[in-house]
Write a protein that binds this ligand. Structure first.
Ligand code: AHG
Ligand code: MN
Ligand code: MN
Length: 353
C-alpha cells in the first residue's frame, strides 16, 4: 500500500527533526547561548554514537570487555568500557571550544581543556558508563550528563565552584544503549527523546514533552540490601508487598530503570545502607541530572528529606540517597522516612529530658 501524501509528509517531518534542530527550536533563538547549547548537544550525541558503536561490537573486538585492573576514585573496579567512554567524551569536547572542563565519575579531579585548545564557558558533568556491571553480559547501560556554566574562578583546579545545587544545571539528559540507542534531554523546557537511526547516523525525535504519570505500579530497588536499610525503607517495602497493584523491576543500571519509570510511572529507590548512609549514587553526575529531567516531566526526586535539586554537595563525588519517579510514589516513600525521623527525634527528646 502506498502512503498517502499527508502520511508521507508526516514521516518526512519526523525524520528531519534532528537533535540539533530541536535544541535550536526549543530555545527559539539564534543567540550565542542557543548556538552553544545546540553544539554541545550535538557533541554529546557524537559521543553517544561512538560509545554505541563500540558496545554493539564489544564481544567481537579485542580489549573492549572486562576490567582494567584499576580502582577508581569511588573505590570501584574500573571496566575497559568505563575508560573508553570517559575518553570519548574528552576527545569530542577537547577541540570544540564549548567547554572549559569535564568532570566525571572516572576522574578524581575535573579535566581542564589544555591552554592550546579553544576554551568555552561550560562544564560537562558525566557518568560515561552507568550500569557497568551490565556491560559484559550485553544488557542495557547508559551515559548520564549535565551542563553547567562556570561560575567564578576555579583557582585550585578542583572544581569547588561546582559545589552548588542542581537548579544551576542548564541542561541534562542521558543516552540509553538498549535494543535502540536513545537520547533523552531537557534544557528546562520539557523532556524529549530521540532514537538513533543507524542508517542516517542521526538522533531523530521520538517523543516530545514526555510527562510521567502521577502514580505507577513499579518499585525499582535492590532488595538484596534489605537488612542494610533503615526501618523506614523496610517498612515501605513491606507496604508495597502487602498492597495490590505493585510490581518490582530492577535492571542494575540506573539509566534503564529510570527510563522505564519516566515512561510508565513508579519509583526508583537507592537508599542509604548501614555501611554507606549516603547510598551509592553520586549527586553531580547521576542523581541531579535525572532529578532535573524528572521535575521537567512532572515527577519528583528526593533524598527522603529534601528535593535532590536543592542539595548542595560538599565534594565533587558526593553521594545522596535517591528516591525518584512519580510524585505520589516518591511522596509515599518520603512519608515513611519522615515518620521515622519524627519518631527518632521524639525518642531523643524523651531521653534527654
Ligand atoms: P556505575 O556503573 O556508574 O558505577 O553505576 C552503577 C549504579 C547504577 O547504575 C545502578 O542503579 C546501581 O549502581 C546498582 O547498584 P547495585 O548493584 O548496588 O544494585
Ligand atoms: Mn552510574
Ligand atoms: Mn559509571
Amino acid at each position: 500500500m502506498v502512503n498517502s501524501p499527508a502520511a508521507q509528509e508526516h514521516t518526512l517531518d519526523r525524520d528531519c527533526m534532528t537533535l540539533s534542530r530541536h535544541v535550536l527550536q526549543q530555545l527559539q533563538s539564534f543567540s550565542a547561548e542557543a548556538q552553544d547549547l545546540s553544539a554541545i548537544m550535538n557533541r554529546i550525541a557524537l559521543a553517544g554514537k561512538l560509545i554505541s558503536r563500540r558496545l554493539t561490537r564489544a564481544g567481537l573486538v579485542e580489549g573492549a570487555l572486562g576490567f582494567t585492573g584499576d580502582v577508581n576514585v569511588q573505590g570501584e573496579s574500573v571496566k575497559k568500557m568505563d575508560v573508553y567512554a570517559n575518553d570519548v567524551f574528552i576527545s569530542v569536547f577537547k577541540q570544540s571550544g564549548l567547554v572549559c572542563r569535564l568532570a566525571s565519575e572516572e576522574m578524581e579531579k575535573p579535566y581542564y581543556i589544555p591552554e592550546n585548545c579553544p576554551i568555552g564557558r561550560y562544564t560537562l558533568l558525566y557518568d560515561p558508563i552507568d550500569g557497568s556491571s551490565n556491560v559484559d553480559i550485553n544488557l542495557n547501560v547508559g551515559s548520564i550528563f549535565a551542563i553547567r556554566q562556570q561560575e567564578g574562578e576555579d583557582l585550585d583546579g578542583d572544581g569547588k565552584d561546582l559545589l552548588q545545587n542542581g537548579r544551576k544545571q542548564l541542561a541534562a539528559g542521558y543516552v540509553l544503549y538498549g535494543p535502540s540507542t536513545l537520547l533523552v534531554y531537557s534544557i528546562g523546557n520539557g523532556v524529549h527523546s530521540f532514537i538513533l537511526d543507524p542508517s542516517l547516523g542521526e538522533f531523530i525525535l521520538a517523543e516530545e514533552n514526555i510527562t510521567i504519570p502521577s502514580h505507577g505500579p513499579v518499585y525499582s530497588v535492590n532488595e538484596g540490601n534489605f537488612w542494610q536499610w533503615d526501618d523506614s525503607i523496610r517498612e515501605y517495602t513491606r507496604y508495597v508487598h502487602r498492597h495490590e497493584g505493585y510490581t518490582a523491576r530492577y535492571g542494575g543500571a540506573l539509566v534503564g530503570d529510570f527510563h522505564r519509570i519516566l515512561l510508565q510511572g513508579g519509583v526508583f529507590l537507592y537508599p542509604g545502607t548501614k555501611k554507606k548512609p549516603e547510598g551509592k549514587l553520586r549527586l553531580l553526575y547521576e542523581s541531579s541530572p535525572l532529578a532535573f529531567l524528572i521535575e521537567q516531566a512532572g515527577g519528583k526526586a528526593s533524598t527522603g528529606m529534601e528535593d535532590i535539586l536543592d542539595v548542595v554537595p560538599d565534594k565533587l563525588h558526593a553521594r545522596t540517597p535517591l528516591f525518584i519517579g512519580s510524585t505520589e510514589d516518591v511522596q509515599l516513600v518520603e512519608s515513611f522516612i519522615q515518620e521515622e525521623s519524627r519518631r527518632e527525634s521524639e525518642k531523643k527528646a524523651i531521653a534527654s529530658s
